[in-house]
Design a protein around this ligand. Structure first.
Ligand SMILES: Nc1nc(=O)c2c([nH]1)NC[C@@H]1CN(c3ccc(C(=O)N[C@@H](CCC(=O)O)C(=O)O)cc3)CN21
Ligand SMILES: CC(C)C(=O)C(=O)O
Ligand SMILES: [Mg+2]
Length: 276
C-alpha cells in the first residue's frame, strides 16, 4: 500500500510496555488522531507511534460544537475502520461521554471497543470518581490512558475550551489527580491545554508516559488532531495546534515533519505553549 514490505517489517509494533520503555530511554512518543482506514494507513506509513480514535470526531467529522453527542456505536465504527489501516501503530480509542460512568458500564464499553473495534487501549477523561473505573478496567487487563487538564467532555462544566491549571490550587489538584490515575492503574496520561511548567512537573513525577496537547514541550510525547495538522479544520482551530501541511507538498511530508519536530523537541515551540 503506502509502505514497502521490507520497510514495514523493520518497525516493531508499538506496545503499551514499549511506551514506558520509550519514556525511560527519553524517546519522544508521537500520536495523532485517526477516524478511518485511509488516515490510519497514512499514520502507519509515517511511523507515527499511536493512532488515537478521538471523540473529537464529533467535532471534526460530524460538525458538532462539542464531543458530547458521540455514541459508543460510532466510536466502535471508527475504531474498527481505523484498525484496518494500522499494523505497528498502537490503536487507542476514546470512551465517549457517559460510556464509563460506573465500572460495570465502563467494562462493557471498553470490551466492545477492544473486541469489536480492535483497540489496544482505551482513553477516558477525569480523575476522582474515574479512578474506581480505571482500577476496574486495569483489573480486567484493559490498558487505560487517562486524560486530564482540558477534558472536552466537561466543556459545559468548565465553561469553554480554556487553559486549565492556571491558579496554584488548580495546579496542585492536577498534580494530585495525575498521581491518583497512575496509582489506579492508568498506563498513559494525556495532558491537554495546561501550562508547560505544570505538564513538565507531572511528567517528571510520574513513571507512566505523558502525552501533551497544548501542554508544552516537556511531555513524553505529543498528540494533535490530524485535521488541524493538515489544515482541514473548518473554522478556527485551537491556538496550540499547527498546520504542518502549510508549505509542504504532501500529507506524508506533513506527518513526517510533525514526527521529526516532536522527536527533536522542536514542536511545540513557545508559540504553541503557555506559561500560565
Ligand atoms: N479540531 C480540533 N482540535 C482539537 O485540538 C480539539 C478538537 N477539535 N475537539 C476536541 C478538543 C477541544 N479542543 C479545543 C477546542 C477549542 C479551543 C479554543 O479555541 N480555545 C480558545 C478559547 C475558547 C473559549 O474560551 O471558549 C483559546 O483561545 O484558548 C481549545 C481546545 C481541543 N480538542
Ligand atoms: C485531542 C485528543 C487528546 C482527544 O481526546 C480527541 O481527539 O478526542
Ligand atoms: Mg477525546
Amino acid at each position: 500500500m503506502y509502505v514497502q514490505p521490507s520497510q514495514a517489517a523493520e518497525r516493531k509494533p508499538v506496545t503499551v510496555p514499549g511506551l514506558r520503555a520509550m519514556k525511560a530511554r527519553g524517546e519522544r512518543i508521537t500520536a495523532l488522531t485517526c477516524y478511518d482506514a485511509s488516515m490510519a494507513a497514512q499514520l502507519e506509513a509515517a511511523g507515527i507511534d499511536i493512532a488515537l480514535v478521538g471523540d473529537s470526531l464529533g467535532m471534526v467529522v460530524q460538525g458538532h460544537a462539542s464531543t458530547l453527542s458521540v455514541t459508543l456505536d460510532q466510536m466502535i465504527y471508527h475504531t474498527a475502520a481505523s484498525a484496518r489501516g494500522v499494523r505497528a501503530t498502537l490503536l487507542i480509542a476514546d470512551m465517549p461521554f457517559m460510556s464509563y460512568r460506573d465500572p460495570a458500564t465502563a467494562l462493557a464499553s471498553a470490551g466492545r471497543l477492544m473486541a469489536e473495534g480492535g483497540a489496544a487501549m482505551v482513553k477516558l477523561e477525569g480523575a476522582g470518581w474515574a479512578c474506581e473505573v480505571i482500577a476496574a478496567l486495569a483489573a480486567h487487563d484493559v490498558p487505560v490512558c487517562a486524560h486530564l487538564g482540558l477534558t472536552p467532555q466537561s466543556v459545559h462544566k468548565l465553561g469553554g475550551y480554556r487553559l486549565q491549571g492556571k491558579q496554584q490550587d488548580a495546579a496542585e489538584k492536577l498534580v494530585a489527580d495525575a498521581h491518583a490515575v497512575a496509582a489506579a492503574g492508568a498506563e498513559l496520561l494525556v495532558l491537554e491545554y495546561v501550562p508547560a511548567p505544570l505538564a513538565a512537573r507531572i511528567t517528571r513525577e510520574l513513571a507512566i508516559p505523558t502525552i501533551g496537547i497544548g501542554a508544552g514541550p516537556d511531555c513524553d510525547g505529543q498528540v494533535l488532531v490530524t485535521y488541524d495538522l493538515l489544515g482541514l479544520t473548518p473554522g478556527r482551530r485551537p491556538r496550540f495546534s499547527k498546520d504542518f501541511l502549510a508549505g509542504r507538498d504532501s500529507i506524508q511530508a506533513a506527518l513526517a515533519a510533525f514526527a521529526e519536530d516532536v522527536r527533536a523537541g522542536r514542536f511545540p515551540g513557545p508559540e504553541h505553549s503557555y506559561q500560565s
